[in-house]
Ligand binder design. Structure first.
Ligand code: CDP
Ligand code: CDP
Length: 220
């Protein structure tokens, strides 16, 4: 997969980390503060997983998953500074955090063909706007050329507590294990990423650390 940079593109802030480390809450706030577009790349893996399930396909049936991928149309947009995604005209909303989506998304995200298609859609956002994008491979693959990379972590116990507090059934340790051990673009700390352990920090404190580092790097 190409990681070539285009100097005419807009700026990209990459935020990676394991499940429930606070990536999306932090990325959304940083994007608001800077006037960048917030892109939750996990939502793209989730929507395709949801679509596979809606079509009654077994996520481990590679042939069937790739057949659906070949005909699926992803429509990516932006509303009020937040990226949106639909598949074949459908937007599941809350369905993205359904229990069966949580349980299967790491299986779907491990198919290199799925990643290739969605990474292209992710990179396209940067052609029209400055972006803050969060996920698992943003600093290592999607925007490997960006100088602005963060890795937000938290202890497994804290992350599990955070998900429970949201009332969501999600076996995050199993998902992290699959995401970190897969062959295609595994979750990893990018070279030169600024690592923040958010276990004992509030969201505002994490946001301030990110903004301070960006100021230090001359961005804001
Ligand atoms: O919000 P949470 O951290 O629970 O997950 P998410 O960001 O919505 O991502 C859901 C799943 O999509 C992850 O567990 C990964 O399997 C996959 N994903 C990925 O492989 N690469 C990304 N850049 C983003 C998400
Ligand atoms: O995107 P990711 O799965 O990494 O995490 P999130 O959905 O942004 O955050 C998970 C939950 O932890 C949310 O309810 C946050 O409000 C909460 N939280 C946090 O993310 N960071 C803190 N420092 C404190 C709480």
């Amino acid at each position: 997969m190409s990681t070539a940079s285009d100097p005419t593109e807009h700026r990209a802030i990459a935020i990676d980390g394991p499940a429930a480390s606070g990536k999306s809450s932090v990325a959304r706030r940083v994007a608001e503060r800077l006037g960048f577009v917030f892109v939750n790349s996990g939502a793209m893996y989730r929507i395709f997983t949801w679509w596979v399930l809606e079509n009654g396909i077994d996520c481990s049936d590679r042939e069937a998953v790739l057949r659906l991928l070949a005909k699926a149309q992803f429509e990516c947009g932006e509303v009020d500074g937040v990226a949106t995604v639909a598949v074949d005209g459908r937007e599941p909303g809350e369905g993205l955090s359904r229990e069966d989506v949580n349980a299967n998304v790491s299986v779907i995200a491990a198919y290199p063909e799925v990643r290739e298609r969605l990474v292209a859609a992710q990179r396209a956002h940067r052609q029209t706007a400055d972006v803050v994008m969060e996920g698992r491979d943003i600093g290592t693959v999607v925007f490997a050329d960006s100088p602005y990379k963060f890795y937000i972590d938290a202890s497994e116990e804290v992350r599990q507590q955070r998900r429970r507090a949201e009332g969501i059934e999600d076996s995050i340790s199993e998902r992290d294990r699959k995401d970190s051990s897969r062959v295609a673009s595994p979750l990893a700390v990018a070279d030169n990423a600024f690592v923040i352990d958010s276990s004992e920090l509030t969201l505002d404190e994490v946001v301030e650390k990110v903004l301070a580092k960006l100021r230090q790097d001359g961005l804001s």
